[in-house]
Design a protein around this ligand. Structure first.
Ligand SMILES: Cc1ncc(COP(=O)(O)O)c(C=O)c1O
Length: 482
């Protein structure tokens, strides 16, 4: 691309901006350099859907860097990767074992493919009440109970950086000669430094999806799908990917994927090391001088990403949402919050200045917040005292939910009355985008209490506003029979 750009050809092709300097000042400031790189499938620039030139070379280099046999660039994030992973490994009616606390893109993939899913309940961390990763013993049990399963799909690490013993699970799954499919959206930086958890590819997972834009340096939406081993039909996955991805993939995003690969392959160890030093210093400072605490390695997960700090207020004054708002007030935007934690994400380029700003913010917050002496009852509640879902669900048939959704306003009922009814929609606190309910799921007591608590603490839900005021959309018998 750089070579092509250096020729300064006259452009008589899409995109419409033709790489010209924008006429408006703000557009010029932000888009001038990006426009220059925004090409299309021209001679010498290859074609993502039939790569044989620079894109092919970039994907091959990615496979080498990440330890895959084949790698593919994704232009719609891990979202499209998860869809392709499911559609590429199962057909309608097939049975997949799926970790329950999966991202909405996994559930949407199940709906698109029309598979049956058996959900496996992850472990619950006793310290924090958070759902972590799968217990290998449960996986073994599910594999025995459902020998017809076409694969196991799990998320590792979770949003908070907690992970499971992937190597053990991989061995079990492969003993049944089915593929291990891993949503490693939050772990693209694994495998490049010994002080970080091992990557899914090193645990011999067959298909791995990574958001290169999350923990590495690609532009937003830049992600990768990696393949290895003999258990998946690669031609099928490639075809599905080609069906799902745009026929006009963004060259700036593809270039950023190639550069992110180069960055981690060449400088990864040094950069990961630098950030680790910052994080160690910050953790020590938090422990020694503040009332804040953060999630530490625990009994109910095997690995913890050092680049995620999930901070909480040990005095019980501030909920996670309140702490996040206060941090914002002092100029620090966090990744997300829940009722108790604020999740801080550190990247390859976290620097001294970021660290000092964060320390100043936390110092100021502890001075003003704790003088208020407000009791935050919500922050310490452990909602997970109730078992949220069965350890191994019965098979759930998925399909497109469109015909089920009638007028949501007519069908909304208060959360307190919703237990035992079927949810008409996917209910997704965002972030993290992990659905509490999928369409058709029976609303459990846990789900009703959890949603109420989240809403009261100020969580936002995708597609579902004012859940406490207007209630939750349910499927009525009328709608079911339509
Ligand atoms: C676990 C998990 N999987 C998949 C995704 C989707 O990733 P992307 O935003 O790259 O499409 C996310 C996004 O937050 C996620 O948290």
């Amino acid at each position: 691309m750089a070579k092509h750009d250096s020729h300064r050809y006259s452009r008589f092709h899409v995109p419409g901006h033709a790489g010209k300097v924008p006429s408006q000042e703000d557009e010029r400031r932000y888009f001038e350099s990006i426009r220059r790189l925004d090409f299309t499938e021209l001679e010498g620039l290859d074609d993502l859907h039939a790569p044989s030139g620079v894109i092919d070379e970039a994907q091959r280099l990615a496979a080498i860097a990440f330890g895959a046999e084949e790698s593919f660039f994704l232009l719609n994030g891990s979202t499209v990767g998860n869809h392709a992973m499911i559609l590429g490994t199962s057909s309608p009616g097939d049975l997949l074992l799926v970790q329950r606390n999966c991202h909405k893109s996994v559930l949407n993939g199940l709906m698109l493919s029309g598979v049956r899913a058996v959900f496996l309940m992850p472990r619950i961390d006793q310290q924090t009440g958070l759902m972590t990763g799968l217990d290998p013993t449960l996986v073994q049990q599910a594999l025995q109970q459902y020998p017809e399963a076409k694969g196991l799909l799990l998320t590792n690490p979770n949003y908070y950086g907690m992970g499971t013993d992937l190597a053990a699970i991989s061995q079990m799954v492969h003993a049944h000669n089915i593929p291990l499919l891993v949503d490693e959206a939050h772990g693209a930086h694994y495998g490049f430094h010994p002080d970080y958890p091992p990557s899914a590819l090193s645990a011999l997972a067959d298909v791995v999806v990574q958001s290169t834009h999350k923990m590495l340096t690609a532009m937003t939406m830049g992600a990768m799908l990696h393949l290895q081993g003999p258990r998946v039909d690669r031609t099928r996955i490639k075809r599905i990917l080609s069906m799902l991805q745009s026929s006009s993939p963004s060259y700036p995003i593809m270039a950023s994927l190639d550069l992110a690969r180069r960055n981690i392959a060449i400088e990864g160890h040094r950069l990961l090391d630098n950030t680790l030093q910052h994080v160690y210093r910050l953790r020590k400072w938090i422990d020694e001088t503040t009332p804040f605490r953060y999630i530490k390695p625990g009994m109910d997960f095997e690995t913890l990403d050092p680049l995620k700090i999930s901070l909480w207020d040990s005095t019980g004054t501030l909920s996670g949402f309140e702490l996040m708002t206060k941090l914002r007030h002092y100029g620090c935007f966090a990744e997300m919050a829940d009722t108790r934690h604020v999740l801080l994400h550190f990247g390859l380029h976290t620097n001294e200045e970021d660290l000092i700003r964060l320390m100043e913010a936390l110092t100021a917050i502890s001075l003003d917040a704790f003088s208020e002496k407000k009791e935050n009852s919500k922050a310490s509640e452990n909602i997970y005292a109730i078992q949220p879902h069965p350890a191994i669900s019965i098979p759930v048939s998925f399909g497109l939910p469109v015909e089920r959704v009638a007028s949501p306003t007519q069908l909304r009922i208060p959360l307190t009355k919703a237990v035992g009814k079927q949810s008409a929609e996917m209910v997704i606190p965002y972030p993290p985008g992990i659905p509490v309910l999928y369409p058709g799921e029976t609303i459990s007591e846990w789900a009703a209490i959890y949603l109420q608590e989240l809403a009261e603490c100020g969580a936002t839900f995708q597609g579902l506003k004012h859940v406490t005021e207007f209630g939750i959309p349910i499927i009525t018998p009328d709608v079911e029979n339509k």
